[in-house]
Ligand binder design. Structure first.
Ligand code: AMP
Length: 227
């Protein structure tokens, strides 16, 4: 199963991605994770990418496109993959589609999580991390998981914020790219929707409303995947 996974920063894509990956037993390939791993290992790729990432800009296509296309050729991708964070613009979408065509590989599914831009931003900026366990959900802007005063709602532990969650400029910059339907990520999604329409519904397009809580979004996503 070859799947593309779209959703703005703050839409819960990480959580849902892990569920899809387990369902199909395919590797979850996240461009952001690959870049961050290279930065922490101090590789040449990491050095080139760091400045762009710190500013919330895209790493140039000349670096990103070959990196992902070669990752998709690794052994663990033989039975499929879940690609998350790529393509992020129209040029990357076209490059991916051409590369897959060349190899005779069919893209099966394109998933998009729909979320209003302001809600996405609040979710990022409202996120609070429990010092005892990062998985304890706390968000000052989401009623269902509001902290207990300034303490973790699960265990009462102290809460802190993640630096990049509070960098409003970088969040806006990332969302500018995501919601851009001329050349940005929305344009990439529309590109695949047009292909699907011309191609008898292949790839299958699945749109999920990301506004409700994590459990509801998962249920909706799984039912659409099984339909
Ligand atoms: P993410 O973890 O997906 O939010 O990605 C973190 C950062 O990595 C982004 O803000 C970009 O700077 C960079 N990045 C991730 N995916 C791509 C991509 N497909 N093309 C260019 N840059 C990317």
């Amino acid at each position: 199963m070859k799947i593309l996974f779209f959703g703005p920063n703050g839409s819960g894509k990480g959580t849902q991605g892990a569920i899809i990956k387990d369902k199909f037993g395919i590797p979850h390939i996240e461009t952001g994770v690959i870049f961050r791993d290279n930065i922490s290992r101090g590789t040449e790729l990491g050095k080139k990418a760091k400045g762009y990432i710190d500013r919330g800009e895209l790493v140039p296509d000349e670096i990103t496109i070959p990196m992902i296309l070669s990752r998709l050729k690794e052994d663990d991708c033989k039975n499929g993959w879940l690609l998350d964070g790529f393509p992020r613009n129209l040029a990357q979408a076209k490059a991916l589609y051409e590369a897959l065509n060349k190899e005779g590989i069919t893209l099966d599914i394109v998933i998009e999580i729909l979320l209003d831009r302001q809600i996405a931003k609040n979710r990022i900026m409202g996120r609070r991390l429990c010092v005892n366990d990062n998985n304890h959900p706390n968000n000052i802007f989401i009623d269902a998981i509001k902290p207990n005063g300034d303490k973790c709602r699960v265990c009462g532990g102290d809460l802190k914020t993640r630096d990049d969650d509070q960098d409003e400029e970088a969040i806006d910059q990332r969302h500018n790219i995501y919601y851009d339907d001329k050349t940005g990520t929305m344009a990439a999604i529309n590109f695949f929707k047009e292909i699907s329409a011309k191609n008898g519904g292949v790839p299958k397009i699945i749109s999920v409303d990301g506004t409700p809580g994590v459990k509801e979004v998962t249920a909706d996503l799984l039912s659409k995947l099984e339909a």
